[in-house]
Design a protein around this ligand. Structure first.
Ligand code: HEM
Length: 511
């Protein structure tokens, strides 16, 4: 590349075609598998060109941290895709914001809502919701996708808007999921020509070729209407309480916290609505996807389930459900969750960061020139398969987090393994702000399922090696398994369920 400064070289990578670059070599789905294969030829930092745009793929944790974390002021932006970011999100969606003042103000509010101390205060909600999933899973295991989706969305709905989800089929959930699916679709690489040819944005929206613009405006109007409506509902509840003389204070759901201290965050109503809306969007599908991979891991690796069961039998016993107080004493449960997220990462290709200034990175005594405007992908699939860090990377080995002779072991086991700063949640300043909440959601639900359920594969069924959905957040395609309550546990669950949920569901429960 002629533009490389003296003494530097462009990163290695596949040659590709003129104009299209490597576009035709990248499969439309699960591109991380191809990138992993390329990393074996071109090394842990390589560059590809897709229709004129440079992309750098990182395949080790060290390089990802060296760049995305240690040089965070350069590597924390996002590409401003015309369709997904500008038209549909109207430059408001936190996940897509460039590295600027609005993003910083967004992140401050997010941090306030999701930091460890705040996350701990939501644990009672997670205990309630996980009890409900456990009961439904015992009664109708074949509906497991529905239960996990309702769990994750129901939790977020309560935390973000203070609304309880009862059936999982509520109209408001349908509307939010429609928004989430639209965002995934419009942000998919290659979905819109305007993302490749940005000058198309200059076409007026009434022009026959500007259908994308009209669609973008329509999708934005729909989501703004939804987010504003949800915010207004909370506003009305606050007003209602004030009328009755009840003080909501700094507590309450995320929207309420935002509205009660709006000046502190320096965000407009719509900006705040997008912060909490983004938290919902980013938190629901990811958590349920992780749970589905966990179930698959249990079906395929019964010894991992049995080992956790032994731990839980000792720590919890048969007469009560596991609670958050047990989590420090359940390192094997935490190790198995972490191993699931290593083995089958939810955001397997990572969420790309945009480099905003030319940079040079030295690797194996070579200086590579990384150009401003490059998309940097920390490929989790490859990073989680680094053999030095994860011996026998294709195998499911929860012990790698528990055995002092293995490189990922860390003490004390009352704290480690945990999901803090784990590569599955991204890197640097953009790292997932929801990890404290996600970690707790997974810990409690997994502990309860292991405590209460026998899970087995269906004999004769061929479980594929990697049969996963397409998109950014991936989960296994629906698979069969047998699940039944362990002897006596079903009764404990029914008793607790009646105690905790009868008030909430009232008549509905007795039906
Ligand atoms: C198992 C569950 C989850 C996984 C695997 C996950 C993973 C990720 C990843 C990889 C990123 C991109 C990080 C980067 O750019 O380097 C991200 C961003 C984000 N996550 Fe999560 N996440 C999960 C749960 C959650 C939850 C529960 C919430 C909300 C409570 C949440 C909110 C967000 C937000 C708002 C962003 C955008 C941050 C930004 O761009 O500044 N996530 N997540």
């Amino acid at each position: 590349r002629p533009s490389c400064p003296p003494g530097t070289a462009p990163p290695p990578g596949p040659k590709g075609l003129p104009i299209l670059g490597s576009m035709l070599d990248i499969p439309p789905h699960h591109s991380w598998l191809k990138f992993f294969t390329w990393s074996k030829t071109f090394g842990p930092l390589f560059e590809i060109n897709i229709a004129g745009k440079p992309h750098i793929i990182l395949s080790t944790e060290k390089i990802a941290n060296d760049l995305l974390r240690e040089r965070g002021s350069l590597y924390s932006s996002r590409e401003q895709l015309p369709m997904a970011v500008q038209l549909v999100s109207d430059n408001l969606r936190s996940l897509f914001l460039p590295y600027d003042s609005l993003w910083r103000r967004n992140r401050k509010l997010m941090h306030h809502l999701t930091m460890a101390s705040a996350a701990t205060s939501y644990q009672s909600v997670q205990e309630e919701e996980s009890l409900r999933v456990l009961r439904d899973l015992m009664r109708e295991p074949g509906e497991y996708e529905r239960w996990f989706e309702r769990y994750a969305a129901g939790l977020m709905m309560r935390l973000v808007f203070g609304k309880k989800v009862i059936t999982g089929k509520e109209r408001v959930l349908e509307r939010i999921f429609k928004v989430v699916h639209n965002v995934e679709r419009v942000a998919s690489p290659g979905a819109y020509l305007v993302d490749v040819l940005p000058w198309l944005m200059w076409i007026p929206s009434w022009f026959p070729g500007a259908g994308f613009k009209r669609e973008g405006y329509r999708l934005h109007a729909e989501e703004l209407d939804l987010f504003r409506g949800l915010q207004n509902d909370v506003r009305k509840e606050i007003a209602g309480r004030e009328k009755e003389g009840v003080d909501g204070g700094e507590k309450g759901n995320f929207t309420e916290i935002f509205l009660n201290s709006q000046e502190k965050w320096d965000l407009s109503d719509d900006e705040g609505a997008y912060v909490v809306g983004t938290l919902f969007e980013a938190g629901a599908g990811t958590t349920s996807a992780a749970m589905m991979s966990f179930m698959l891991a249990m079906v395929l690796h019964p010894s991992a389930l049995h080992a956790m069961r032994e731990e839980i039998n000792k720590v919890v016993g048969p007469d009560r459900l596991p609670t958050f107080d047990d989590i420090p004493n359940l390192p094997r449960v935490r190790a198995t969750i972490k191993e699931t997220m290593r083995w089958r990462p939810v955001t397997a290709g990572g969420v790309p960061h945009l480099l905003i200034k030319d940079d040079v990175y030295e690797l194996d005594e070579k200086k590579y020139f990384l150009k401003a405007g490059t998309n940097i992908h920390a490929n989790q699939w490859a990073i989680h398969r680094e053999p030095d860090l994860y011996p026998n990377p294709e195998d499911f080995i929860p012990e790698r987090w528990l055995d002092p002779s293995l490189p990922t072991y860390k003490e004390p086991l009352s704290v480690y393994p945990n999901l803090q700063n784990f590569s599955a949640f991204g890197f640097g300043r953009r790292i997932c702000p929801g990890m404290n909440i996600a970690e707790r959601s997974l810990n409690i639900l997994v502990a309860r399922i292991v405590w209460g359920c026998e899970i087995e594969r269906v004999g004769g069924y061929e479980y594929g090696e990697y049969e996963y959905t397409t998109g950014f957040n991936v989960q296994p395609l629906k698979f069969p398994f047998r699940l039944r309550a362990r002897e006596g546990m079903g009764e404990v669950v029914e008793r607790e369920y009646g105690r905790v949920w009868s008030k909430v569901l009232g008549e509905k429960m007795r039906e």
